[in-house]
Design a protein around this ligand. Structure first.
Ligand SMILES: Nc1ncnc2c1ncn2[C@@H]1O[C@H](COP(=O)(O)OP(=O)(O)O)[C@@H](O)[C@H]1O
Ligand SMILES: [Mg+2]
Length: 451
Protein backbone atom coordinates (compact mmCIF):
# COMPACT_ATOMS: atom_id res chain seq x y z
CA UNK A 1 0.00 0.00 0.00
CA UNK A 2 1.32 3.44 -0.82
CA UNK A 3 0.81 5.83 2.11
CA UNK A 4 0.53 9.59 1.65
CA UNK A 5 4.11 9.83 2.89
CA UNK A 6 5.24 7.79 -0.06
CA UNK A 7 3.53 10.19 -2.45
CA UNK A 8 5.20 13.07 -0.67
CA UNK A 9 8.69 11.67 -0.93
CA UNK A 10 8.17 10.98 -4.63
CA UNK A 11 7.14 14.56 -5.31
CA UNK A 12 9.97 15.79 -3.20
CA UNK A 13 12.77 14.06 -5.05
CA UNK A 14 11.26 14.71 -8.45
CA UNK A 15 10.89 18.41 -7.76
CA UNK A 16 14.49 18.48 -6.50
CA UNK A 17 15.52 16.92 -9.80
CA UNK A 18 17.43 14.10 -8.05
CA UNK A 19 17.04 10.39 -7.51
CA UNK A 20 16.07 8.79 -4.23
CA UNK A 21 19.16 8.63 -2.05
CA UNK A 22 20.95 11.16 -4.23
CA UNK A 23 23.29 13.00 -1.83
CA UNK A 24 23.42 16.19 -3.85
CA UNK A 25 19.66 16.67 -3.36
CA UNK A 26 19.97 16.80 0.43
CA UNK A 27 23.10 18.95 0.20
CA UNK A 28 21.03 21.33 -1.81
CA UNK A 29 18.63 21.71 1.13
CA UNK A 30 21.36 21.92 3.75
CA UNK A 31 22.80 24.92 1.93
CA UNK A 32 19.76 26.92 3.04
CA UNK A 33 20.82 26.40 6.65
CA UNK A 34 24.53 27.01 6.26
CA UNK A 35 25.40 29.09 3.21
CA UNK A 36 26.34 32.64 4.27
CA UNK A 37 25.35 33.97 0.88
CA UNK A 38 21.82 32.68 1.39
CA UNK A 39 21.31 34.18 4.85
CA UNK A 40 18.04 36.15 5.06
CA UNK A 41 19.21 39.70 4.72
CA UNK A 42 16.69 41.85 6.46
CA UNK A 43 16.89 41.23 10.22
CA UNK A 44 19.93 41.40 12.46
CA UNK A 45 18.02 40.63 15.69
CA UNK A 46 14.34 39.89 15.12
CA UNK A 47 13.87 39.14 18.83
CA UNK A 48 14.00 42.89 19.50
CA UNK A 49 10.63 43.15 17.79
CA UNK A 50 9.05 40.35 19.80
CA UNK A 51 6.00 41.67 21.64
CA UNK A 52 6.44 39.65 24.81
CA UNK A 53 10.14 40.44 25.37
CA UNK A 54 10.89 43.12 27.98
CA UNK A 55 13.33 45.54 26.34
CA UNK A 56 16.22 47.18 28.21
CA UNK A 57 15.55 50.47 30.00
CA UNK A 58 17.16 52.57 27.26
CA UNK A 59 14.65 51.24 24.74
CA UNK A 60 11.66 52.25 26.88
CA UNK A 61 10.51 55.60 25.57
CA UNK A 62 8.58 58.09 27.69
CA UNK A 63 6.60 56.60 30.56
CA UNK A 64 9.18 58.06 33.00
CA UNK A 65 6.40 59.22 35.29
CA UNK A 66 4.70 55.82 35.25
CA UNK A 67 8.01 54.06 35.98
CA UNK A 68 8.74 56.44 38.86
CA UNK A 69 5.24 56.23 40.36
CA UNK A 70 5.03 52.46 40.20
CA UNK A 71 8.54 52.12 41.64
CA UNK A 72 7.64 54.39 44.57
CA UNK A 73 4.49 52.43 45.10
CA UNK A 74 6.37 49.12 45.26
CA UNK A 75 9.35 50.49 47.21
CA UNK A 76 8.02 49.28 50.59
CA UNK A 77 8.33 45.73 49.26
CA UNK A 78 12.12 46.04 49.06
CA UNK A 79 12.11 47.79 52.43
CA UNK A 80 10.42 44.78 53.99
CA UNK A 81 7.13 46.56 54.52
CA UNK A 82 3.66 46.07 53.12
CA UNK A 83 2.08 48.06 50.33
CA UNK A 84 -1.44 48.40 48.92
CA UNK A 85 -2.55 46.77 45.67
CA UNK A 86 -2.37 48.94 42.58
CA UNK A 87 -4.33 48.90 39.33
CA UNK A 88 -2.93 49.86 35.91
CA UNK A 89 -5.52 50.66 33.24
CA UNK A 90 -5.28 51.81 29.63
CA UNK A 91 -6.06 50.67 26.11
CA UNK A 92 -4.03 47.91 24.44
CA UNK A 93 -0.45 48.70 23.54
CA UNK A 94 0.00 51.57 25.99
CA UNK A 95 2.87 49.89 27.83
CA UNK A 96 1.11 48.55 30.95
CA UNK A 97 2.54 45.02 30.83
CA UNK A 98 5.95 46.35 29.90
CA UNK A 99 6.16 48.88 32.72
CA UNK A 100 4.82 46.43 35.32
CA UNK A 101 7.38 43.80 34.32
CA UNK A 102 10.25 46.26 34.03
CA UNK A 103 9.59 47.77 37.47
CA UNK A 104 8.97 44.31 39.00
CA UNK A 105 12.25 42.96 37.60
CA UNK A 106 14.10 46.04 38.86
CA UNK A 107 12.67 45.55 42.37
CA UNK A 108 13.92 41.97 42.28
CA UNK A 109 17.43 43.09 41.25
CA UNK A 110 17.54 45.82 43.91
CA UNK A 111 16.37 43.22 46.45
CA UNK A 112 19.20 40.89 45.40
CA UNK A 113 21.76 43.64 46.06
CA UNK A 114 20.25 44.06 49.52
CA UNK A 115 20.37 40.32 50.16
CA UNK A 116 16.61 39.85 49.83
CA UNK A 117 14.93 37.09 47.89
CA UNK A 118 12.12 38.76 45.94
CA UNK A 119 10.24 36.97 43.17
CA UNK A 120 8.11 38.48 40.43
CA UNK A 121 5.06 36.30 39.72
CA UNK A 122 3.56 37.20 36.36
CA UNK A 123 0.24 35.64 35.29
CA UNK A 124 -1.44 36.47 31.99
CA UNK A 125 -5.10 35.97 32.85
CA UNK A 126 -6.05 36.00 29.15
CA UNK A 127 -4.34 32.60 29.02
CA UNK A 128 -5.25 31.38 32.50
CA UNK A 129 -8.89 32.27 32.67
CA UNK A 130 -10.26 30.76 35.88
CA UNK A 131 -9.33 31.34 39.50
CA UNK A 132 -7.97 27.78 39.78
CA UNK A 133 -5.85 28.28 36.64
CA UNK A 134 -4.40 31.54 37.98
CA UNK A 135 -3.58 30.03 41.38
CA UNK A 136 -1.98 27.02 39.68
CA UNK A 137 0.06 29.12 37.28
CA UNK A 138 1.25 31.40 40.10
CA UNK A 139 2.20 28.42 42.28
CA UNK A 140 3.96 26.55 39.50
CA UNK A 141 5.92 29.55 38.31
CA UNK A 142 7.22 30.47 41.79
CA UNK A 143 8.02 26.82 42.43
CA UNK A 144 9.97 26.64 39.17
CA UNK A 145 11.91 29.84 39.88
CA UNK A 146 12.91 28.38 43.25
CA UNK A 147 14.09 25.06 41.79
CA UNK A 148 10.80 23.17 42.40
CA UNK A 149 10.99 22.57 46.17
CA UNK A 150 7.27 21.72 46.38
CA UNK A 151 6.77 20.16 42.95
CA UNK A 152 3.45 21.93 42.47
CA UNK A 153 1.50 19.54 40.21
CA UNK A 154 0.00 20.52 36.88
CA UNK A 155 -3.34 18.83 37.63
CA UNK A 156 -5.26 17.19 40.42
CA UNK A 157 -5.58 19.93 43.04
CA UNK A 158 -8.39 22.34 43.83
CA UNK A 159 -8.13 26.11 43.89
CA UNK A 160 -7.62 26.39 47.63
CA UNK A 161 -4.90 23.73 47.59
CA UNK A 162 -3.01 25.66 44.90
CA UNK A 163 -3.32 28.82 47.00
CA UNK A 164 -2.01 26.94 50.06
CA UNK A 165 1.07 25.80 48.13
CA UNK A 166 1.64 29.33 46.87
CA UNK A 167 1.42 30.80 50.37
CA UNK A 168 3.77 28.10 51.62
CA UNK A 169 6.31 29.00 48.93
CA UNK A 170 6.04 32.69 49.83
CA UNK A 171 6.33 31.99 53.53
CA UNK A 172 9.18 29.48 53.43
CA UNK A 173 11.36 30.75 50.63
CA UNK A 174 10.78 34.44 49.93
CA UNK A 175 11.33 37.73 51.65
CA UNK A 176 8.79 39.46 49.42
CA UNK A 177 6.85 38.91 46.19
CA UNK A 178 5.43 41.07 43.45
CA UNK A 179 2.38 39.50 41.83
CA UNK A 180 1.32 40.86 38.44
CA UNK A 181 -2.16 39.79 37.32
CA UNK A 182 -2.23 40.94 33.71
CA UNK A 183 -5.51 41.34 31.77
CA UNK A 184 -7.34 40.44 34.96
CA UNK A 185 -10.69 41.37 33.37
CA UNK A 186 -10.35 38.34 31.07
CA UNK A 187 -11.02 35.92 33.89
CA UNK A 188 -14.27 34.11 33.18
CA UNK A 189 -16.89 35.30 35.54
CA UNK A 190 -19.67 32.78 34.78
CA UNK A 191 -22.31 35.48 34.83
CA UNK A 192 -21.18 37.31 37.94
CA UNK A 193 -18.22 39.30 39.19
CA UNK A 194 -17.58 36.77 41.95
CA UNK A 195 -14.52 35.27 40.32
CA UNK A 196 -12.65 38.53 39.69
CA UNK A 197 -13.33 39.73 43.13
CA UNK A 198 -12.32 36.44 44.73
CA UNK A 199 -8.93 36.43 43.08
CA UNK A 200 -8.18 40.03 43.85
CA UNK A 201 -9.38 39.51 47.40
CA UNK A 202 -7.21 36.43 47.90
CA UNK A 203 -4.06 38.25 46.83
CA UNK A 204 -4.77 41.66 48.25
CA UNK A 205 -5.87 40.39 51.67
CA UNK A 206 -3.51 37.41 52.04
CA UNK A 207 -1.34 39.24 54.57
CA UNK A 208 -4.28 40.67 56.46
CA UNK A 209 -6.02 37.30 56.57
CA UNK A 210 -2.94 35.85 58.26
CA UNK A 211 -2.14 33.47 55.40
CA UNK A 212 1.31 34.93 54.85
CA UNK A 213 3.67 37.30 56.57
CA UNK A 214 5.69 37.80 53.37
CA UNK A 215 5.20 41.29 51.96
CA UNK A 216 3.28 41.12 48.74
CA UNK A 217 2.95 43.84 46.12
CA UNK A 218 -0.09 43.20 43.93
CA UNK A 219 -0.23 44.83 40.49
CA UNK A 220 -3.51 44.23 38.61
CA UNK A 221 -3.74 45.29 34.96
CA UNK A 222 -6.79 45.83 32.77
CA UNK A 223 -7.45 47.09 29.24
CA UNK A 224 -10.91 48.19 30.33
CA UNK A 225 -10.88 51.79 31.41
CA UNK A 226 -13.91 51.37 33.69
CA UNK A 227 -12.71 48.11 35.21
CA UNK A 228 -12.77 49.34 38.78
CA UNK A 229 -16.42 50.36 38.55
CA UNK A 230 -17.41 46.73 38.09
CA UNK A 231 -15.75 45.54 41.27
CA UNK A 232 -17.55 45.08 44.56
CA UNK A 233 -17.04 47.95 47.02
CA UNK A 234 -14.90 45.73 49.26
CA UNK A 235 -12.35 45.00 46.55
CA UNK A 236 -12.56 48.51 45.17
CA UNK A 237 -11.67 49.89 48.56
CA UNK A 238 -8.57 47.69 48.73
CA UNK A 239 -7.23 49.54 45.67
CA UNK A 240 -8.22 52.85 47.22
CA UNK A 241 -6.99 55.60 44.93
CA UNK A 242 -4.11 53.51 43.66
CA UNK A 243 -4.95 53.51 40.00
CA UNK A 244 -2.61 54.53 37.19
CA UNK A 245 -4.02 55.50 33.79
CA UNK A 246 -1.88 54.82 30.71
CA UNK A 247 -2.81 57.22 27.88
CA UNK A 248 -2.38 56.18 24.22
CA UNK A 249 0.85 57.26 22.50
CA UNK A 250 0.92 59.97 19.86
CA UNK A 251 2.59 59.42 16.48
CA UNK A 252 5.83 61.06 17.70
CA UNK A 253 6.16 58.70 20.63
CA UNK A 254 5.40 55.71 18.41
CA UNK A 255 8.16 56.85 16.05
CA UNK A 256 10.65 57.11 18.92
CA UNK A 257 9.65 53.67 20.21
CA UNK A 258 10.37 52.20 16.78
CA UNK A 259 13.62 54.14 16.26
CA UNK A 260 14.86 52.70 19.56
CA UNK A 261 14.55 49.22 18.02
CA UNK A 262 15.89 50.04 14.58
CA UNK A 263 18.90 47.81 15.20
CA UNK A 264 16.57 44.80 14.88
CA UNK A 265 17.34 45.32 11.19
CA UNK A 266 20.68 45.14 9.43
CA UNK A 267 22.37 48.43 8.68
CA UNK A 268 20.88 50.34 5.78
CA UNK A 269 17.99 47.94 5.25
CA UNK A 270 15.22 50.15 6.57
CA UNK A 271 14.30 53.01 4.25
CA UNK A 272 13.77 56.37 5.96
CA UNK A 273 10.06 56.66 5.21
CA UNK A 274 9.13 53.31 6.80
CA UNK A 275 9.08 54.19 10.52
CA UNK A 276 7.18 57.50 10.19
CA UNK A 277 4.59 55.85 7.95
CA UNK A 278 4.25 52.84 10.28
CA UNK A 279 3.79 55.25 13.21
CA UNK A 280 1.04 57.07 11.35
CA UNK A 281 -0.72 53.77 10.59
CA UNK A 282 -0.47 52.61 14.21
CA UNK A 283 -1.77 55.94 15.51
CA UNK A 284 -4.92 55.74 13.37
CA UNK A 285 -7.26 53.97 15.83
CA UNK A 286 -5.47 54.80 19.07
CA UNK A 287 -1.73 55.13 19.71
CA UNK A 288 -0.92 51.45 20.14
CA UNK A 289 2.78 50.55 20.45
CA UNK A 290 2.08 46.85 20.00
CA UNK A 291 0.55 47.53 16.62
CA UNK A 292 3.46 49.81 15.65
CA UNK A 293 6.03 47.15 16.48
CA UNK A 294 4.04 44.40 14.79
CA UNK A 295 3.68 46.44 11.60
CA UNK A 296 7.42 47.15 11.57
CA UNK A 297 8.28 43.49 12.08
CA UNK A 298 5.80 42.36 9.44
CA UNK A 299 7.19 44.90 6.96
CA UNK A 300 10.57 43.19 7.43
CA UNK A 301 8.99 39.80 6.87
CA UNK A 302 7.15 40.91 3.76
CA UNK A 303 10.41 42.27 2.30
CA UNK A 304 12.24 39.09 3.28
CA UNK A 305 9.60 36.80 1.77
CA UNK A 306 9.73 38.75 -1.46
CA UNK A 307 13.49 38.24 -1.53
CA UNK A 308 14.16 41.97 -1.32
CA UNK A 309 17.08 43.56 0.49
CA UNK A 310 15.39 46.75 1.61
CA UNK A 311 12.27 47.36 3.66
CA UNK A 312 10.31 50.00 1.77
CA UNK A 313 7.16 52.04 2.24
CA UNK A 314 5.40 49.84 -0.33
CA UNK A 315 5.71 46.89 2.04
CA UNK A 316 3.61 48.56 4.68
CA UNK A 317 0.19 47.84 3.19
CA UNK A 318 0.83 44.12 3.17
CA UNK A 319 2.44 44.42 6.63
CA UNK A 320 -0.62 46.15 8.01
CA UNK A 321 -2.92 43.49 6.60
CA UNK A 322 -0.75 40.76 8.09
CA UNK A 323 -0.82 42.55 11.44
CA UNK A 324 -4.62 42.72 11.33
CA UNK A 325 -4.75 38.98 10.66
CA UNK A 326 -2.34 38.24 13.53
CA UNK A 327 -4.31 40.40 15.94
CA UNK A 328 -7.68 39.04 14.94
CA UNK A 329 -6.39 35.49 15.28
CA UNK A 330 -5.13 36.33 18.75
CA UNK A 331 -8.49 37.88 19.63
CA UNK A 332 -10.47 34.89 18.34
CA UNK A 333 -8.45 32.45 20.42
CA UNK A 334 -10.29 33.68 23.51
CA UNK A 335 -13.76 33.94 21.94
CA UNK A 336 -16.51 31.32 22.34
CA UNK A 337 -17.85 29.50 19.25
CA UNK A 338 -21.07 31.50 19.00
CA UNK A 339 -19.28 34.85 19.22
CA UNK A 340 -17.24 33.70 16.21
CA UNK A 341 -20.41 32.64 14.36
CA UNK A 342 -21.94 36.06 15.00
CA UNK A 343 -18.86 37.79 13.59
CA UNK A 344 -18.89 35.41 10.63
CA UNK A 345 -22.55 36.24 9.98
CA UNK A 346 -21.85 39.97 10.09
CA UNK A 347 -18.94 39.50 7.69
CA UNK A 348 -21.19 37.55 5.29
CA UNK A 349 -23.80 40.29 5.39
CA UNK A 350 -21.22 43.02 4.84
CA UNK A 351 -19.64 41.20 1.92
CA UNK A 352 -22.94 40.44 0.27
CA UNK A 353 -23.98 44.08 0.38
CA UNK A 354 -20.77 45.88 -0.43
CA UNK A 355 -22.60 47.40 -3.37
CA UNK A 356 -24.10 49.86 -0.87
CA UNK A 357 -20.96 51.09 0.87
CA UNK A 358 -22.67 54.04 2.56
CA UNK A 359 -24.58 51.61 4.69
CA UNK A 360 -23.97 52.34 8.38
CA UNK A 361 -24.61 48.86 9.67
CA UNK A 362 -27.15 46.10 10.22
CA UNK A 363 -30.00 45.73 12.67
CA UNK A 364 -29.78 42.98 15.24
CA UNK A 365 -32.62 41.05 13.55
CA UNK A 366 -30.68 40.94 10.27
CA UNK A 367 -27.48 39.80 11.95
CA UNK A 368 -29.49 37.18 13.82
CA UNK A 369 -31.06 35.90 10.57
CA UNK A 370 -27.64 35.59 8.93
CA UNK A 371 -26.33 33.88 12.05
CA UNK A 372 -29.21 31.36 12.10
CA UNK A 373 -28.54 30.50 8.45
CA UNK A 374 -24.89 29.90 9.29
CA UNK A 375 -25.82 27.69 12.25
CA UNK A 376 -28.16 25.65 10.04
CA UNK A 377 -25.37 25.15 7.50
CA UNK A 378 -22.96 23.95 10.16
CA UNK A 379 -25.51 21.89 12.14
CA UNK A 380 -25.27 23.99 15.33
CA UNK A 381 -28.16 25.02 17.58
CA UNK A 382 -28.66 28.77 17.23
CA UNK A 383 -28.89 31.11 20.21
CA UNK A 384 -31.85 33.44 20.70
CA UNK A 385 -31.68 37.02 19.50
CA UNK A 386 -31.07 38.50 22.98
CA UNK A 387 -27.92 36.42 23.40
CA UNK A 388 -26.75 37.45 19.94
CA UNK A 389 -27.27 41.09 20.91
CA UNK A 390 -25.15 40.51 24.05
CA UNK A 391 -22.41 38.88 22.00
CA UNK A 392 -22.42 41.82 19.59
CA UNK A 393 -22.17 44.27 22.50
CA UNK A 394 -19.15 42.39 23.82
CA UNK A 395 -17.48 42.56 20.40
CA UNK A 396 -18.22 46.28 20.35
CA UNK A 397 -16.42 46.70 23.70
CA UNK A 398 -13.47 44.84 22.22
CA UNK A 399 -13.51 47.16 19.20
CA UNK A 400 -14.18 44.46 16.62
CA UNK A 401 -17.60 45.87 15.71
CA UNK A 402 -19.11 49.30 16.11
CA UNK A 403 -22.56 49.85 17.51
CA UNK A 404 -24.74 52.86 16.79
CA UNK A 405 -28.29 53.84 17.54
CA UNK A 406 -30.46 54.73 14.55
CA UNK A 407 -33.59 56.84 15.04
CA UNK A 408 -36.72 55.45 13.39
CA UNK A 409 -38.45 58.78 12.98
CA UNK A 410 -40.67 60.92 15.14
CA UNK A 411 -41.31 59.26 18.54
CA UNK A 412 -40.85 55.80 17.09
CA UNK A 413 -37.76 55.05 19.13
CA UNK A 414 -34.35 53.88 18.00
CA UNK A 415 -32.74 50.59 17.06
CA UNK A 416 -29.21 49.26 17.41
CA UNK A 417 -27.11 48.90 14.29
CA UNK A 418 -23.88 46.91 13.99
CA UNK A 419 -20.93 47.45 11.67
CA UNK A 420 -17.76 45.40 11.35
CA UNK A 421 -14.59 47.40 12.06
CA UNK A 422 -12.35 44.80 10.42
CA UNK A 423 -12.22 43.77 6.78
CA UNK A 424 -14.94 41.13 6.21
CA UNK A 425 -12.62 38.95 4.12
CA UNK A 426 -10.07 38.86 6.96
CA UNK A 427 -12.78 38.10 9.54
CA UNK A 428 -14.14 35.21 7.46
CA UNK A 429 -10.68 33.78 6.88
CA UNK A 430 -9.62 34.00 10.56
CA UNK A 431 -12.91 32.69 11.93
CA UNK A 432 -12.90 29.69 9.58
CA UNK A 433 -9.30 28.93 10.49
CA UNK A 434 -10.12 29.04 14.21
CA UNK A 435 -13.28 26.90 13.74
CA UNK A 436 -11.24 24.28 11.92
CA UNK A 437 -8.56 24.28 14.59
CA UNK A 438 -11.08 23.75 17.37
CA UNK A 439 -12.80 20.97 15.46
CA UNK A 440 -9.48 19.18 14.97
CA UNK A 441 -8.65 19.61 18.66
CA UNK A 442 -12.09 18.31 19.64
CA UNK A 443 -11.64 15.27 17.40
CA UNK A 444 -8.22 14.68 18.97
CA UNK A 445 -9.75 14.75 22.46
CA UNK A 446 -12.56 12.38 21.48
CA UNK A 447 -10.24 9.87 19.89
CA UNK A 448 -7.93 10.03 22.92
CA UNK A 449 -10.77 9.48 25.35
CA UNK A 450 -12.01 6.44 23.40
CA UNK A 451 -8.59 4.79 23.45
N1 LIG B 1 7.06 53.25 26.13
C1 LIG B 1 7.45 52.20 25.40
N2 LIG B 1 8.72 52.13 24.96
C2 LIG B 1 9.11 51.06 24.23
N3 LIG B 1 8.33 50.04 23.90
C3 LIG B 1 7.04 50.07 24.30
C4 LIG B 1 6.56 51.14 25.08
N4 LIG B 1 5.25 50.91 25.37
C5 LIG B 1 4.95 49.73 24.79
N5 LIG B 1 6.02 49.22 24.16
C6 LIG B 1 6.07 47.95 23.45
O1 LIG B 1 4.82 47.76 22.79
C7 LIG B 1 4.31 46.45 22.98
C8 LIG B 1 3.00 46.52 23.70
O2 LIG B 1 3.19 47.01 25.01
P1 LIG B 1 2.46 46.36 26.27
O3 LIG B 1 3.19 46.74 27.50
O4 LIG B 1 2.29 44.89 26.02
O5 LIG B 1 1.06 47.09 26.18
P2 LIG B 1 -0.25 46.84 27.04
O6 LIG B 1 0.09 45.88 28.13
O7 LIG B 1 -0.65 48.18 27.53
O8 LIG B 1 -1.25 46.27 26.05
C9 LIG B 1 5.38 45.69 23.74
O9 LIG B 1 6.16 44.96 22.84
C10 LIG B 1 6.20 46.78 24.42
O10 LIG B 1 7.53 46.37 24.55
MG1 LIG C 1 -0.66 43.95 28.24
Amino acid sequence: MCLPLCALSMTDTSSGGGHPGDKSASDDTSRFFTDEGLRPRVFRNEQLLSISAVPDRDRIIGRDTEIRDLSYHLRPVVEEQSTDPILLVGKTGTGKSLIARHVGNTAKEVGEDLGLNIEVVYVDCAQHRTEAAVARKAGRSVDKQLGEPLNVPHTGLGTSQYYSLLWELFEEYLDAAIVILDEVDMIQTAGSQANHDDILMQFSRAEEAGKITTNLGLVAISNKLDYVENLTPRVRSSFGSNEMQFPPYDANQLREIMYAREDAFRDGVLEDAVIPKAAALAAQEHGDARKAIQILKNAGKVAQNRGEEKVREEHLDAAQERTEVDRLEEHLRSQPTHARHVLHALANLTESEQATPDKKGYRTTRVHDAYVTLCEETGKDALKIDRVRDLLSEQALLEIVESSKVALGKSQGRYASWRLLKKPSIVRRCVSKRDEKEETEAEGTTSQSTL
